[in-house]
Design a protein around this ligand. Structure first.
Ligand SMILES: [Zn+2]
Length: 367
């Protein structure tokens, strides 16, 4: 078994962005409870996060932005909130306690990075992290502070080389942007093509700039991409790129909004395909900082991340969900009970799109 740590505390799930907002923090609590029912923390570490210091936040974010988040979090009205991409009815509504909750997600990623870098564990999972869209000076795509960037910066400061792999259905734009001119951090993002999905970036041609040229990799995929095509494309490019880069630590964003039941995206992955991808990631580096990310069907999130933590800790959970959890939340099986139906024409189109992207990446990165 691998030495694994799970970084979480219940206070990270109590806030509400807005009653009708699709990003429901309760998904974190559900994941924790499901893992707990399986006895996951009997032989792995359960660690409470610490709030990030303001200096940590300022390693990536602007002073203006951090102080705006703080005052909005205390319920102050700010005429300039829209300039930081906050609005009550939009993707990023200000809410009470936003600063503390967001700084806690960053702190949790810093704790995970520290546990792994110090060698205390082989892998640490922060399900509240992976907020990959946040920009230096504004909120974006439900992300206030970019914990992934701040955790990677803390590792780079120690002289470590980091490979960041992002399997969320959305492009990891904030993280790519932060390291676009750096050769110390390799960023790889597989995501739904920006023509059909937020944030619209992440084309194959975005390969880095200056000294960072050749250290930014993007594979956009077509809607309806399924397990088979996704896994094929992943195996073609990610292992060879990461092996060549030789990272000291692997950082991954494990958004599970690629699932076929996800209400926001158009991929057709199953929990089986998702678990296979996470197993591939496990094989890439001995030291691994795993972060959460998107996922908007709460039952899928709890099941997918429970499976992911099983892969990290090298534990196999029984498919039948423990009775107490079943009674409480109505979920009976850990793995998908049914598969998505896939039109053969769409399957073929998604496959051909992936083949073209993979071929282009192989050309531009000389794989
Ligand atoms: Zn996403």
């Amino acid at each position: 078994m691998r030495r694994a740590a799970f970084v979480y505390e219940e206070a990270q799930s109590r806030h509400v962005l807005r009653e009708d907002h699709v990003f429901q923090p309760n998904r974190l609590q559900l994941t924790y409870e499901l893992l707990n029912c399986y006895g996951a923390f009997e032989d792995s570490l359960l660690i409470a996060p610490k709030m990030a210091e303001e200096a940590d936040l300022l390693s990536f974010h602007t002073e203006d932005y951090v102080s705006t988040v703080k005052s909005l979090s205390r319920g102050k009205e700010r005429g300039d909130a829209a300039a930081f991409n906050f609005s009550a009815a939009g993707d990023n509504p200000p809410y009470e306690g936003m600063y503390e909750v967001s700084a806690m997600a960053v702190g949790a990623s810093l704790v995970a990075a520290e546990l792994v870098a110090s060698g205390e564990v082989d892998v640490a999972f922060n399900i509240s992290g992976g907020l990959h869209h946040a920009a230096p000076g504004y909120a974006s795509g439900f992300c206030v502070f970019n914990d992934a960037v701040i955790a990677i910066l803390s590792l780079v400061k120690r002289g470590l080389r980091i490979a960041y792999v992002d399997i969320d259905a959305h492009h990891g734009d904030g993280v790519q942007h932060a390291f676009y001119e750096s050769d110390r951090v390799l960023t790889i993002s597989l995501h739904e093509w920006g023509r059909y999905l937020f944030p619209g970036t992440g084309g194959v041609g975005e390969t880095g700039k200056g000294p960072g040229m050749g250290y930014s990799v993007n594979l956009p995929l077509f809607p309806y991409t399924d397990d088979q095509t996704y896994l094929w494309a992943f195996r073609e490019i990610v292992p060879p790129l990461v092996e060549r880069f030789k990272p000291d630590i692997l950082v991954t964003q494990l958004g599970c909004d690629t699932h076929y039941l996800d209400p926001l995206t158009h991929f057709l992955l199953t929990t089986e395909g998702y678990s296979e991808v996470v197993k591939e990631l496990r094989g890439l580096a001995p030291k691994w900082v795993a972060l959460g990310g998107g996922g908007y069907e709460i039952g899928v999130v709890a099941r997918a991340w429970t499976l992911a933590y099983g892969v990290m800790a090298e534990r196999e959970w029984p498919d039948e969900i423990p009775a107490e959890f079943q009674e409480r939340y109505g979920l009976k099986r850990l793995r998908d009970e049914s598969a998505p139906s896939i039109d053969s024409g769409m399957k073929e189109q998604a496959r051909r799109f992936a083949e073209r992207g993979v071929a282009e990446i192989k050309r531009s990165f000389s794989l």
